[in-house]
Design a protein around this ligand. Structure first.
Ligand code: PHE
Ligand code: NA
Length: 446
């Protein structure tokens, strides 16, 4: 019944693919604006703690579950706990992947559109860029076109397979992304007055911290590391038994964290240098930055590079989102890969039309004051991923057992191993901590 399963062609292939999944809109678009809203460095500190103590054990757990079972998330839970309802955790994961893909592609579509706008040149002044972005987002044909274009590219990559599609694309695009990002950083930090933006990112003010800050930081740590929804289980399922899981996890997490901080360094110095506000929310990258690009020397070229890199980051993450769902239909329902990629991608496109129309025809639909896209994002990031992560941790600790987890994770680790401290973390600290933070944060938002 089990078909010959593809495997990453090298250790670097896996690291690049997992880093490609991790590094995305979450780093370049989401991290800077959430950090900007939540007080900068204070948020950064809490986020780093969440990454180290929740992100690392969970990353090791998800890769291990995937590699041990060689299955998609639903199949993986079924294999480790047959005849129990635990497969539902995998089911929630696959659903979360599908929902995130649907709106992720909409935002990625804005980014593609802004590559074109950057060539035409951004207008000066925040009112003008606000109008530009507002005009784009509230349109119908253009945002739908770019959303469709992005989804077609994602479907194309996934149809080509794990090695010929995913691995080949990330091997080309990840190095390009890093180079582009560094070029933007150099321009940003050398602007006169840039130091204020650097201070904003690194000098913490803990008076601004609330439960909402903590929930945002925990939610962000899941989202940014692609945890809590099976993407890492799926990529781990293509990993060979020869590779060291704890050290791979550290590398992926290190790269993701570094790129989030570097993105902050690309954005805040320029925003402060030109006298803009850091707490513009979701519009930071699409409204504030274009205004910054319009005013700074070489801004046109920098703006172009920035939106190309943002689109690349989004693509290497979106392919992992689609792969989660595709792997389920390929493994469990015996669908051919191409058919699965196309039909699921198209379905996600249609579900993504709601958030697109949430800025035009459906702009009267609000949930707790949020438009449809923000509502999808809130459910995914603040509810589904933390819940998925809490349940995955509890499952690994109590059901699969810390012993089996450590056996798989440390299989090839003579020197770098995960210690038995993960036991209490997976069993109690992570699930209980996440539930407390979720409830307190949600009560505060209501
Ligand atoms: N980690 C990606 C980002 O930071 C988003 C993502 C979440 C991708 C979950 C896959 C799975 O943008
Ligand atoms: Na990320």
């Amino acid at each position: 019944m089990l078909k010959e399963r593809e495997q990453w062609k090298s250790r670097l292939g896996f690291i690049l693919a997992a880093t490609g999944s991790a590094v995305g809109l979450g780093n370049v678009w989401r991290f800077p604006f959430v950090a900007g809203e939540q007080g900068g460095a204070a948020f950064l500190v809490i986020y780093l703690i969440a990454v180290a103590f929740i992100g690392y054990p969970l990353m090791v757990t998800e890769i291990s579950i995937g590699r041990k079972t060689q299955r998609n998330p639903i199949g993986a839970f079924k294999a480790l706990a047959p005849n129990t309802p635990w497969w539902i955790v995998g089911g929630v994961s696959v659903l979360a992947g599908f929902i995130i893909l649907s709106y992720y592609s909409v935002i990625a579509g804005w980014s593609l559109a802004f590559i074109i706008e950057s060539i035409a040149g951004f207008p000066e002044g925040i009112e003008a860029t606000d109008q530009l972005f507002g005009g784009h987002k509230t349109g119908i044909a253009k945002p739908i076109f770019y959303h469709a274009l992005f989804m077609v590219i994602v479907i194309g990559v996934i149809s080509a397979g794990v090695v010929k599609g995913i691995q080949r694309v990330v091997q080309w695009l990840m190095p390009i992304l890093v180079v582009l990002l560094l070029m933007v950083v150099v321009r940003s930090v050398t602007l006169p007055g840039a130091s204020e933006g650097i201070a904003f990112l690194f000098r913490p003010d803990f008076s601004a911290v609330s439960w909402d800050t903590i929930l945002s930081a925990v939610g962000q740590s899941f989202f940014t590391l692609s945890l809590g929804m099976g993407a890492i289980i799926t990529y781990g399922s293509y990993l060979s038994a020869k590779e060291n899981i704890p050290s791979s996890s550290v590398q992926v997490i290190g790269a993701d964290t570094l790129i989030a901080i570097i993105s902050g360094l690309a954005i805040f110095p320029a925003v402060f240098a030109l006298g803009f506000a850091p707490d513009e929310g979701a519009g930071l990258v699409f409204v504030t930055l274009p205004a910054v690009f319009a005013e700074m020397p070489f801004g046109g070229g920098v703006g172009f590079l920035f939106f190309v890199l943002l689109s690349i980051a989004a693509l290497t993450s979106a392919i992992s989102l689609l792969e989660v769902v595709v792997s389920y239909f390929v493994d469990e329902k015996d669908w051919p890969r191409k058919k699965a990629a196309a039909s699921i991608g198209i379905a996600a496109f249609f579900v993504g039309l709601l958030p697109v129309l949430g800025y035009s025809a459906l702009d009267h639909i609000k949930f707790l004051g949020m438009d449809i896209l923000d509502t999808y994002d809130f459910f995914a990031d603040s509810i589904m991923l933390p819940l998925g992560g809490a349940l995955t941790a509890a499952f690994a600790g109590h059901v699969w057992s810390t012993k089996s987890l450590m056996e798989e994770a440390n299989k090839e680790s003579k020197s770098f191993r995960i210690g038995s401290w993960v036991g209490p973390f997976l069993k109690y600290i992570i699930p209980i901590g996440i539930i407390i933070v979720m409830i307190a944060g949600i009560i505060e938002v209501l």
